[in-house]
Write a protein that binds this ligand. Structure first.
Ligand code: MV4
Length: 452
């Protein structure tokens, strides 16, 4: 087992990894930027090292500084958390070269799944359902027009190197296609240095349902059921829950077994997520995320599996202690992402939090980095806490979330707690009628004009 793990991240996920290390008897090393020296991850790690100034490009993304910190502190592994370097194949490879275990998939798997066109083709070959479209990148606007004619409009152009919505264009008719192709291509080139696009049939109002998978180095792969993540704004998730209110037991089994088949096809050996679009009783593979995700606690709540510990144990070469038949869903769980932002205009609200008093009581978990007196920096994302509740049923969960939100005190900055309360009180949410356009039905019209 590892003696010491360096956490190449900040915020609540850095703390979450530190808690796992403590419970496993592993020493932890925090890295931090200048403006994060008073952060809780620095305070609770066994050691900490400053790796640069506030901008991520000069600190949390600076590979040489992070590797140097691991060598100076004699860490034998690095946990990348989510975001930052977590899906950077080059970083994973450099870790390997330096004899530091990267807690995640192999560099080859990260690179393969990072190319969304390749990932889709790989999954299609493995028998995972995908939307009709090009097999791999599409060569030209003309080739795209030919395919669009065949499958019918609307279609969507997506950057192969993309994911999370960048370099995407929905096309409703042939006359829009060539311009959309050029725009998506230059956006992809600017954002990723890769112009490749692929095309597929566009679903107007699907759900986003993802399956948590877990593998080890010996070819064992299981699933830990699904999460529903349809409530998003500008490809930023706001609320996640498990299980999905949309699935029947039969569909759940089919979806989750399909996800395992896909993960096995790429020799998956750690925690990961297979993302699907779901519409009218059918699901289609969209992307695979080769990292731990923000919303992993809802899965932990319904399965009682500690996903961070599982990642660490898998990376250390332990054989998986779970068999699929040991995994059962118990109850329901919902997560609200509490952001430092104006709740209806979505503009950031950095600054000093004068009072921070999170809720507690039965079934309430708060994964937070904020505390009374802390300063929320404008340099990083606006997530200040994840409020996660569990209860026997979805309805109990919603009532519990409502009371937890009502007793969550954050003063000094604005948060999106009022928006979460509005969603918990909405009839559509309570009925489980979710889709990727759900938020449009909640927001006042003025708040709607910021989307794509
Ligand atoms: C789609 C789609 C509909 N049809 N692909 C958005 C993020 C990126 N990962 C892919 N996305 C979508 N791809 C097809 N063929 C709709 C979306 C989409 C979306 C997906 C999940 C959650 C929220 C979303 C919001 C807008 C668009």
């Amino acid at each position: 087992m590892f003696r010491k793990i360096l956490i190449a991240n900040r915020g609540e996920i850095a703390l979450r990894v530190i808690w796992a290390c403590k419970e496993l008897g592993i020493k932890s090393v925090a890295v931090h930027s200048d403006v994060d020296s008073d952060s809780l991850h620095v305070r609770f790690a066994d050691e900490s090292i400053c790796i640069g100034p506030a901008p991520s490009s000069q600190s949390y993304l600076r590979i040489p500084a992070i590797i140097a910190a691991a060598e100076i502190s004699n860490a034998d592994a690095i946990h990348p958390g989510y975001g930052f370097l977590s899906e950077n194949a080059e970083f994973a490879e450099i870790c390997e070269t330096c004899n530091i275990t990267f807690i995640g998939p192999s560099p080859e798997t990260i690179a393969l799944m990072g190319n969304k066109a390749q990932a889709k083709l790989t999954m299609k070959k493995a028998g995972v359902p995908v939307l009709p479209g090009s097999d791999g990148p599409v060569e030209s606007a003309d080739a795209a027009a030919g395919m669009a004619k065949e499958m019918g409009y609307p279609v969507i152009l997506k950057a192969s190197a993309g994911g999370g919505g960048k370099g995407m264009r929905v096309v409703h008719s042939e006359k829009e296609l060539s311009q959309a192709y050029d725009m998506a291509q230059s956006e992809a080139d600017a954002a990723f240095g890769n112009k490749d696009l692929y095309i597929e049939k566009f679903l107007e109002d699907p759900r986003h349902i993802e399956v948590q998978v877990l593998g080890d180095k010996y070819g064992n792969v299981i699933h830990l059921n699904e999460r529903e993540c349809s409530i998003q704004r500008r490809h930023q998730k706001l609320i996640e829950e498990a299980p999905s209110p949309a699935l029947t037991p039969m569909l759940r089994k089919e979806l989750c077994e399909t996800a395992v088949r896909g993960a096995k096809a790429v020799n998956y050996r750690t925690a990961g997520t297979m993302e699907f679009l779901y519409d009218s009783g059918k699901f289609y593979f969209m992307e695979m995320n080769t990292r731990i995700q923000v919303e992993h606690p809802v899965t932990e709540n319904i399965t009682s599996v500690d996903l961070i510990k599982a990642q660490i144990l898998a990376a250390a070469g332990d054989k998986m202690i779970y068999r699929q038949k040991d995994i059962r869903i118990i109850g329901h769980s919902i997560e609200c992402r509490i952001n430092a932002e104006d709740p209806f205009r979505f503009t950031p609200s950095p600054g000093k939090i004068s009072t921070f008093h999170p809720p507690g009581g039965p079934g309430v978990r708060v994964d937070a980095t904020a505390y009374s007196g802390c300063v929320i920096s404008p340099y990083y994302d606006s997530l200040i806490a994840k409020l996660i509740v569990r209860a026997p049923t979805r309805n109990d969960c919603i009532l519990r979330m409502k009371r937890a939100l009502e007793s969550f005190i954050v003063e000094g900055i604005k948060t999106n707690i009022p928006l979460h309360l509005k969603i918990m009180e909405s009839r559509r949410f309570r009925a489980g009628k979710l889709s990727t356009r759900f938020l449009d039905s909640i927001l006042p019209r003025s708040g709607n004009n910021n989307g794509h």
